[in-house]
Design a binder for this molecule. Structure first.
Ligand code: AMP
Ligand code: ZN
Length: 490
């Protein structure tokens, strides 16, 4: 906790020394998933990045209250408070209750997070569980004069707000510029101003998820849930608010406006935004249809994948880039990460069998210092990993008898690897296609040979049955142009 930690603050566009509001404590809120469909690898990248940040604060000895919400209501398709409710649409499609959709995809999200070995947040509040708090906050904003009621809906008055506070501060834009980029209001619009956004939306007869309010039956706008839940659990001003960069211009800008209008103070000291995971340069998103599901990645069952990759290899691939850089998905990069991760784990195992010398050929302090410096410079995980590779090279060189390590050095390296590889990066050894179990590798080789034989005799039913039977015991077979490969699904 004595360390000087620099955090890049999106609001000030600079790195600042972290000073918590309460000594030794961190309050952090991260916008969680919208659970009307599966989380894809892009969403996972954002949550893995904040898991790294959460873990590093814990490692430094801070007490952290990490709140990550679940958006389970009030999410319309457009950014302009129009279109269908995504939950209702999906519920109709799958012939389920909206809350069955919520349950299904929340469980799926937790499953993905568990595969990636992320720590659960301290609190995981849901929008539907905090309707009262949202209504109270909307009432407060109306009382303060920054919102108006129209036909059972409530809208935030952006132009009025901007007379007192800079509305576009998070993206460093003036109101005029923002207005220029927004389409004119039509005759049908209830909004007074082009940038106004809904706090509460009146229910239509067909609306499935609706609640009573002082303005009639309806449901909350998307942005108000995060303002209501973050202030409830972390206070009117808290330390860190995070999410993906795509949330900066609208969702987070509106969150600031809502909280500032209510409490007359800035809600957050450090705004942190993760950059996007892209595929061939295009942002991975549900709407672009280029979103791999983590399960597809683990099994290799996707046309863009040459093979399956284990959760830790994928996590390592993500951690090898800084959270503020874009990260482009490719099979080559994943295969390189798979090897790099295996190298790191092998070196940790090698540590167990090293024989100590009486002299030391390394400076353990320097390596440790370099690891902390990397993380203290805005959580720079790629530099941290480069330093851990240095440590792995030292271990391998000691194993080859080329570098002398004392017992103290060996114990120090064990502690260093344990702290940074397992506690901070949140990696773990795993069973996968890189299993070192020779017997299993041998048996699988035999089975794949038998299957090849069956296929060459065109008995496809038998070869498919063999594949399906193996998948029942979590061994996944994938046919590639170079032959069949197998992975163990965790
Ligand atoms: P959603 O479920 O769409 O509300 O997104 C959940 C989180 O994932 C948000 O913080 C988004 O900013 C983030 N996110 C969405 N797409 C990507 C992507 N391609 N790369 C990284 N983060 C993303
Ligand atoms: Zn949010």
């Amino acid at each position: 906790m004595q360390q000087k930690l620099l955090i890049y603050n999106t609001l000030t566009r600079s790195k600042e020394t972290f000073k918590p509001i309460h000594e030794g404590m961190v309050g952090m809120y991260v916008c969680g998933p919208t659970v009307y469909s599966d989380v894809h690898l892009g969403n996972s990248r954002t949550f893995i990045s904040f898991d790294l940040i959460f873990r590093y604060f814990l490692h430094l000895g801070y007490k952290v209250r990490y709140v990550r919400n679940i958006t389970d209501a009030g999410h319309l398709e457009g950014d302009r408070d129009e279109g269908d409710d995504k939950f209702a649409k999906k519920a109709k499609l799958e012939q389920l209750e909206p809350m069955e959709i919520v349950q299904k995809y929340t469980l799926g999200f937790h499953d993905v997070m568990r595969h990636f070995n992320t720590l659960p947040p301290s609190i995981e509040p849901t929008a539907t569980g905090h309707i009262c708090e949202q209504i109270e906050m909307i009432k407060n904003i109306i009382e303060k004069g920054f919102a108006y009621v129209k036909n059972g809906s409530v809208y935030f008055d952006v132009e009025k707000y901007n007379k007192e506070y800079p509305y576009g501060q998070l993206t460093n834009r003036k109101l005029d510029e923002l207005l220029e980029g927004t389409r004119e209001l039509g005759g049908q619009d209830e909004k007074k101003g082009r940038l106004d956004f809904a706090l509460w939306i009146v229910a239509k007869p067909e609306t499935l998820m609706k609640w009573p309010s002082p303005w009639g039956l309806g449901f909350p706008g998307w942005h108000i849930e995060c303002s209501a839940m973050s202030s409830k659990y972390l206070g009117e001003t808290f330390d860190i608010h995070g999410g993906g960069m795509d949330l900066q211009a609208t969702h987070h800008t509106n969150e600031i406006a809502q909280s500032q209008a209510c409490n007359h103070k800035a809600p957050v000291n450090y705004w942190m935004h993760t950059n996007m995971l892209t595929v061939n340069g295009v942002r991975m998103s549900k709407s672009a249809g280029n979103g791999f599901l983590p399960g597809e990645l683990f099994s290799g069952n996707h046309p863009l994948l040459e093979k399956g990759y284990s959760p830790m290899a994928v996590k390592f691939f993500m951690l090898q880039s800084h959270y503020r850089s874009t990260l482009d998905f490719s099979n080559e990069a994943l295969q390189a990460s798979e090897k790099g991760f295996a190298k790191l784990i092998t070196s940790i195992n090698t540590l167990e069998k090293l024989k100590p010398s009486s002299t030391s050929g390394i400076s353990l302090n320097e390596i440790e210092k370099a690891c902390y410096e990397a993380m203290n410079d805005d959580f720079n995980s790629p530099i941290l990993i480069a330093n851990l590779f240095e440590a792995a090279s030292i271990i391998n060189s000691a194993n080859d008898g080329k570098t002398a390590l004392t017992e103290n050095d060996i114990n120090g390296l064990k502690k260093l690897m344990n702290n940074f590889v397992f506690d901070v990066l949140g990696l773990k050894s795993e069973n996968s296609s890189i299993t070192t179990d020779k017997a299993l590798n041998g048996v699988m080789e035999m089975i794949l040979d038998i299957r090849k034989d069956i296929k060459s005799k065109k008995d496809f039913a038998a070869s498919d049955k063999l594949r399906d039977d193996l998948s029942k015991i979590n061994i996944l077979i994938k046919d590639t142009k170079d032959g069949a490969i197998w992975t163990i699904q965790e």
